[in-house]
Design a protein around this ligand. Sequence first.
Ligand SMILES: Nc1ncnc2c1ncn2[C@@H]1O[C@H](COP(=O)(O)OP(=O)(O)OP(=O)(O)O)[C@@H](O)[C@H]1O
Ligand SMILES: [Mg+2]
Length: 264
Amino acid sequence: MAYLEIRDLFVHFRQKRGGLFGSTIDTIRAVDGVSFEVERGEILGLVGESGCGKSTLSRTVMQLQRPTHGQIILDGENLTALPGYQVRRRRLDFQMVFQDPYASLNPRMTVFATLAEAIRQRHPGASGQVLAGRVATLMETVGLDPRFQKKYPHEFSGGQRQRIAIARALAPEPKLIIADEPVSALDVSIQSQILNLLKRLRKDFDLTMIFISHDLGVVRYLADRIVVMYQGKIVESGEAESVFRSPQQPYTRKLLEAIPSMIH
Ligand SMILES: Nc1ncnc2c1ncn2[C@@H]1O[C@H](COP(=O)(O)OP(=O)(O)OP(=O)(O)O)[C@@H](O)[C@H]1O
Ligand SMILES: [Mg+2]
């Protein structure tokens, strides 16, 4: 059985458009009939051009957005049918890492406070001593010096901030991590360090990952399997290497041609 199963998922937004003679309602089909599976321990790469629905899909999987239709089945449990309090309990099992760590970290909280808060989600009664130990271990895990735990996000570089965001995602001991463009805002020289970190964490913590990126070069490096989205639909999916070696759909070929480094 797949760890995560997305079945016939639709997420539509209704948008009012004002005109001179009254308004009309547009339907935006952000996710339009998507089904796929993620195996335990796998890194699934989700790719497609801007606006094709990648973030909406991931927010819906995270239960931050209600689907218009369809099911999200995690480890055999249909999340879309669960009452709110049970969804909150299951949500600890999946965490997100976003593109801009500066926006996703609270600027008024030290690294210690940020990580301690995330640890307490799983262990509400953790003592100060346990928290101190866990925070130090988490920082070491993501390659940060624990001596910096009393510093604030602005005192770190972009790459270090993304390491803090990754540590925060790991803190509640999740099983699934959804990373939405986690290296797109970083210098190219830093990108590979963060990608290597994610690769290592997947192995060390037995994580399942959905890795979203518009950069197919980055996805090729990390993903076991790839799902290509276009205008809310899946147009191609398969083993990463075979999709890269012999893309079946013209849209995938176009995406691949857009990566300069891969033509050579
Ligand atoms: N809350 C919302 N209300 C209305 N429309 C929305 C909402 N969220 C997303 N959309 C629309 O849904 C479509 C898909 O957006 P989404 O952010 O999921 O794309 P994306 O693939 O993540 O793009 P990018 O690569 O730029 O991050 C877009 O047309 C977007 O404008
Ligand atoms: Mg997005």
